[in-house]
Design a binder for this molecule. Structure first.
Ligand code: MN
Length: 256
């Protein structure tokens, strides 16, 4: 009899715990979760505005979703509306009230104090992203102009050699940084890479000159779509380069 009473007591206890658990579980399930559609809402570049200052965020010539598998929409949105915007705002803050506030960006680079980490990072971050978003296109990426094409053949031997050199340099850049095609002081084309947000316009760079093509190698530029496969991101970059823009930049650079 004792056993029956104990068993009955235990089952009642277990039942009450069970019903209690069930109640809690029901409450959790009733909390509305974001739908897949809500999670994937992507904004529009036109809504992104920098705070007032010396430099404005450059407009995008395309929406965030146009690169499909080459660069996923969420990466494009975060990159433009968060990373690039932050560099722009921080650059303006760093320049506000200084003698560098109202001079052309090339001159700011010439006068840059490399020990001023705040200005160095945000000036580079602003310039580099302005270039990067300008020289990619979802449409037909075209070919280098005759002038640029001849220069590539002259300085690298062939377009394929240039591509290999650029890809190797980008692949070897350890950690965050950029790969560049640069017009150096003598007008020669060179491939180089820089760490962090540095670029070849900064003082005392190993390869100095005007960058005309830049590839962002920070993980924020590709990780959602490519994870550890940085090489695939580098390879795909060659299918979205806007060669018309790069050629224009080349022709401007050799006039200087
Ligand atoms: Mn970036």
């Amino acid at each position: 009899m004792k056993k029956i009473v104990v068993l009955l007591f235990c089952s009642l206890f277990a039942f009450s715990i069970g019903s209690c658990k069930r109640k809690k579980y029901t409450e959790v399930v009733e909390v509305p979760l974001p739908t897949a559609e809500e999670k994937m809402t992507i904004g529009i570049p036109e809504d992104v505005k920098a705070e007032a200052g010396a430099f404005e965020i450059a407009k995008l010539a395309y929406s965030y979703d146009v690169f499909a598998t080459k660069i996923d929409p969420l990466t494009m949105e975060m990159h433009y509306s968060k990373h690039y915007l932050t560099y722009t705002n921080n650059l303006n803050k760093a320049l506000a009230g200084t003698e560098l506030e109202n001079i052309p960006i090339e001159d700011i680079f010439k006068k840059l104090d490399m020990t001023n980490a705040d200005l160095r990072n945000n000036l580079g971050g602003y310039f580099n992203h302005t270039l990067y978003f300008d020289i990619i296109t979802p449409k037909d990426s075209g070919k280098p102009s005759d002038t640029l094409s001849s220069a590539i053949d002259k300085d690298f031997g062939s377009f394929e050699n240039f591509k290999t050199s650029f890809s190797d340099t980008a692949t070897k850049q350890f950690g965050s940084g950029w790969a560049w095609l640069v017009v150096d002081k003598s007008g020669k084309l060179q491939v180089t890479s820089t760490p962090n947000q540095d670029n070849p316009l900064m003082p005392r760079m190993e390869i100095a000159g005007t960058p005309i093509l830049g590839l962002d190698l920070w993980e924020h530029a590709y990780y959602l779509g490519y994870q550890y496969k940085r090489k695939n991101y580098i390879d795909n970059f060659f299918t979205i380069i806007n060669w018309k823009k790069v050629s224009e930049r080349y022709e401007d650079a050799i006039k200087k």
